[in-house]
Design a protein around this ligand. Structure first.
Ligand SMILES: Nc1ncnc2c1ncn2[C@@H]1O[C@H](COP(=O)(O)OP(=O)(O)OP(=O)(O)O)[C@@H](O)[C@H]1O
Ligand SMILES: [Mg+2]
Length: 396
């Protein structure tokens, strides 16, 4: 598989669709290979734009604008980095000979919660939370009463980091949950939301897998993570997972990978209940909980993604575990950002800090991440949390 992809000779040009913090790390990894980086996003001075050679501000939901930037930058690879992308245009561009990472098909399927669930749960028969899709508040009520049950999660089909997502404990909360999720509907699309069974998990993990162009798949050690309000707060490697659970998660991931073409890194999310391994969703690109790979191993998820895309060999990974990451959030009111305490964060043993350089903030916006190692996962987590807590990102 994938051997038909043209092998780009380095240096080459990549176009990042989305210029957030994950794109920024990808751009930095690309610089180390002499690659020219173009980055686009909805707003100026987005994190990856600051380290890109060229950039443009546009809505990636605008197919014509997307086509125009591809013509302008002439990339040898298009690398999606966010959800809000006009995927039909990606499919066209790929069929015209410009590869999309990992492939337009994998991107289209994974950017839409409903699409990936239909493939994984309905086509492949893999265990996911029970789910149903609704196109109105009344229909949502019906599916929750009749099939999904309570408590349940109601989600927008498109967003990430918990936007438009709510936990519904009973019918009285449904109207609000509908409005919250439906608000995220894209212009020109029918309002549709996903309701799914609430899983009372013991832990949740991200399993990163990198597939090379020859089809070889390497799994990274599992990442444990903690989320609040649907957004990641800390992650660590390795997660405490029973060998049988890991085997099952890897088996499920391999089966799903079989259905999603193309090289690159993939992040599989699973809930572990103690008796079940339940697939939730996946990213066909670097994963936010995978920021921990910046300090857990010699090749981060960003370097692995690039190597896989460009057809460069990936040797056995060398780990520096236990490792942990903890996010640094903006606090206060206002948009102007002031950073304090970075010096104190560096006093924490092994700590590193990555600030994303977002031009302005809002309360609880993710502005950076602290990374740390330890002799145990508990020590690495405690250090990363301590360092993150010492950085004060103040809004005024
Ligand atoms: N059905 C569920 N049962 C229990 N917890 C859930 C469920 N759905 C979501 N959550 C919690 O909310 C978090 C975010 O949910 P999900 O991964 O679906 O959203 P997301 O917006 O795609 O987030 P991201 O893009 O950051 O991964 C999960 O990691 C989990 O902690
Ligand atoms: Mg998720």
């Amino acid at each position: 598989m994938d051997t038909l992809l043209p092998k780009p000779s380095l240096p080459t040009t990549i176009l990042l669709l989305g210029a957030g913090e994950l794109g920024r790390e990808l751009a930095i990894a690309a610089h180390n290979l002499g690659i020219r980086v173009a980055a686009v996003d909805r707003y100026e001075r987005a994190p990856a734009m600051q380290v890109a050679h060229e950039s443009e501000v546009l809505s990636l939901l605008d197919g014509d604008a997307l086509r125009r930037v591809v013509e302008r930058f002439g990339p040898s690879y298009i690398i999606p980095e966010m959800e809000a992308i006009r995927t039909e245009t990606l499919e066209e561009l790929e069929s015209e000979g410009i590869p999309v990472a990992p492939s337009a098909e994998a991107t289209t399927l994974t950017l839409n919660r409903e699409a990936i669930r239909r493939v994984v749960a309905e086509e492949m028969g893999i265990r996911t939370p029970a789910f149903a899709v609704a196109e109105s508040a009344e229909a949502l009520r019906r599916v929750c009463d009749e099939t999904v049950g309570y408590p349940c999660m109601v989600k927008s089909l498109w967003t990430s980091s918990g936007r438009g997502q709510s936990l519904v404990t009973g019918p009285a909360r449904l109207q609000q949950a509908w409005a919250f999720a439906a608000e995220e509907t894209r212009p020109g699309m029918t309002q549709r939301v996903l309701a799914e069974e609430y899983i009372d998990f013991r832990s949740e993990i991200t399993l990163l897998a990198v597939r090379e162009r020859d089809g070889r798949i390497t799994f990274l050690k599992p990442i444990g993570h903690r989320q609040e309000l649907g957004a990641y707060r800390e992650s660590w490697m390795p997660a405490a997972v029973e060998p049988a659970e890991l085997e099952e998660a890897e088996g499920v991931s391999r089966r799903i990978l079989h259905r999603l073409p193309g090289p690159g890194i993939f992040g599989f999310e699973f809930y572990l209940t103690g008796t079940e391994v339940i697939f939730s969703e996946l990213s066909a690109r670097p994963h936010d909980t995978g920021l921990v790979t910046l300090c857990s191993q010699d090749l981060s998820q960003f370097e692995l993604h690039l190597r896989a895309l460009l057809g460069l060999p990936i040797p056995d990974l060398r780990y520096r575990i236990p490792a942990a990451s903890a996010v640094i959030l903006a606090r206060g009111d206002g948009e102007v950002v002031r950073y304090e305490g970075v010096d104190r964060a560096f006093q924490v043993e092994t700590a590193q800090v990555r600030l994303f350089g977002k031009p302005n903030g809002y309360p609880m916006r993710r502005m950076g991440v602290a990374l740390a190692n330890g002799t145990t996962v508990a020590e690495a987590r405690a250090r990363a949390l301590e360092a993150a807590g010492r950085v004060d990102v103040r809004l005024s």
